[in-house]
Design a protein. Sequence first.
Lengths: 112, 115
Amino acid sequence: DAKTTQPPSMDCAEGRAANLPCNHSTISGNEYVYWYRQIHSQGPQYIIHGLKNNETNEMASLIITEDRKSSTLILPHATLRDTAVYYCIVRADQTGANNLFFGTGTRLTVIP
Amino acid sequence: GAGVSQSPSNKVTEKGKDVELRCDPISGHTALYWYRQSLGQGLEFLIYFQGNSAPDKSGLPSDRFSAERTGGSVSTLTIQRTQQEDSAVYLCASSPRQGRVSEAFFGQGTRLTVV
């Protein structure tokens, strides 16, 4: 699985958009970009994933650069409950490797 | 409940003792994963079960770690002769289909402290 690089921490004002960057310069053509988050004392929660097109769901938007070497997770209107550690990982889906290697992620703090 | 259930939620044990951690996956989910998360670290894969296939044990850190899944449902992770470095949160996840990690649901974990 390709390695990802994320800033260790970020702050965001409540109600504003939170933009979480991720670099994955060694991503392979068949690898997807996944985002998970982990709120304190809870298990990781799936947010969104994409291959090359931008994706949007009820939780967030995922913007992937054209060269696929980086991406940004966007929480359009951050709330206090979005305070969590956000993990960006890249991996090929539906392969025999069924493991997830999470790095240390970005600790997002939403400030009132 | 409808989610992945793990027990106990917290476990304190003495070094050298054996511990068993339990995971009840979501009903009908064929894939089950065990991970652990040490303080300040990301998730570390331990083992993966898929239906009746042989489990992927490639992440188990030593032969003191073992896991089984009975009847394709409940799974137990056993750590023998626990060491202080085994202290971590042990997370279980399940998903309805093989390889669909995007559909994995995680439990809240078991916090293991070895003293």
